[in-house]
Design a protein around this ligand. Structure first.
Ligand SMILES: Nc1nc2c(ncn2[C@@H]2O[C@H](COP(=O)(O)OP(=O)(O)O)[C@@H](O)[C@H]2O)c(=O)[nH]1
Ligand SMILES: [Mg+2]
Length: 291
């Protein structure tokens, strides 16, 4: 499951981001609202240091609203700026810009007090793959008035996007690696699509997902696939039932577990089975060393 992130890659990514952060006033840390703990980089606080940052919970349209609220309170209680986003539809964008400008305003006021001329606030987005960084940047590009040209210090080809009155956003996000060594987290990353489908054992992930749906969301499962009660305790057997309901059969009437599994995974990821939040603030709180 860990093929894409060698220690060398991580060191390089970290070095590049640290270099860019020198130019940045505010960091936007993008997390997946379905897994705010599991989608956080393991050393994010080390990378960001003292720099002000806004935690942005993205994909709220795919999460459970009640748990998103709890996560928001959790971050607020820790004195973080936090916003809820749906970068696909653009929901929450204004709020994000407002929060970034607000916390950057404090910093600019300090600079002004030292006699430094007022200037636009510079922000950059950090997050693990697939969390929605490009979607967010495209959204903000849509509302941008000017794309400012290349400036010294920024890698060639990178630009500042002028968003709103006083905000400039680096048009290239910092790509962070996810937490790699915890199998429970790896499962959540795979199930939500943060880890590419070809680098994990799909069968295992799907069976575990089916089990999770049975244990914690049985009503949705029963309704969606019109399943008879009681649900089998065995995950494969349950997947077999779903396969039968969806007509997933190979020639000769052999159950196509693979096809049924992909249907469940896709419907889980796309919201057809409802919203899911797999990390709970109460449970994950102790592990939240990074935020
Ligand atoms: N439902 C939903 N999908 C999103 C949201 N933000 C991004 N996506 C989708 O998530 C996938 C990964 O997004 P992308 O911006 O490429 O992520 P990146 O790897 O961090 O740049 C794409 O299929 C997006 O359409 C969101 O808020 N809601
Ligand atoms: Mg991207």
């Amino acid at each position: 499951m860990h093929i894409h992130w060698f220690p060398g890659h991580m060191a390089k990514a970290q070095r590049m981001i640290r270099e860019q952060l020198k130019l940045i006033d505010v960091v936007i840390e993008l997390l997946d609202a379905r897994i705010p703990y599991s989608s956080a980089n393991p050393v994010i606080s080390e990378i960001i240091g003292e720099k002000p940052h806004v935690v942005a919970l993205n994909k709220i349209d795919l999460a459970e609203p009640e748990l998103t609220k709890q996560w928001m309170s959790h971050f607020q209680n820790m004195n973080f700026s936090v916003v809820a986003l749906d970068a696909a539809s653009g929901n929450g964008m204004k709020n994000l810009i407002g929060q970034v400008e607000k916390i950057a305003g404090d910093k600019l006021a300090k600079l002004a007090a030292k006699g430094i001329k007022p200037r636009a606030v510079r922000a950059m987005i950090l997050g693990i793959p697939n969390v929605g960084k490009s979607s967010l940047i495209n959204r903000l590009l849509g509302s941008a008035t000017v794309r400012t040209g290349d400036k010294p210090g920024v890698t060639r080809g990178q630009q500042w996007i002028k968003v709103g009155k006083n905000l400039e956003l680096l048009d290239t996000p910092g790509v962070l690696w996810p937490k790699l060594d915890d199998q429970e987290i790896a499962f959540k990353l795979a199930a939500t699509g943060a880890i590419k489908d070809d680098v994990y054992d799909a069968e295992k992930v799907i069976l575990k997902l089916v089990g999770l749906l049975r244990d914690d969301y049985s009503e949705r499962l029963i309704t969606r696939y019109n399943l008879p009660l009681p649900l089998p305790a065995d995950d494969s057997e349950l997947l077999g039932l779903i396969a039968a309901r969806r007509g997933c059969l190979r020639s000769g009437g052999i159950v196509d577990y693979d096809k049924a599994g992909r249907i469940v995974l896709n419907e889980f990821r796309s919201g057809k089975l409802g919203g899911f939040t797999l990390d709970r603030p109460n449970t994950e709180l102790d592990g939240m060393s990074n935020n």
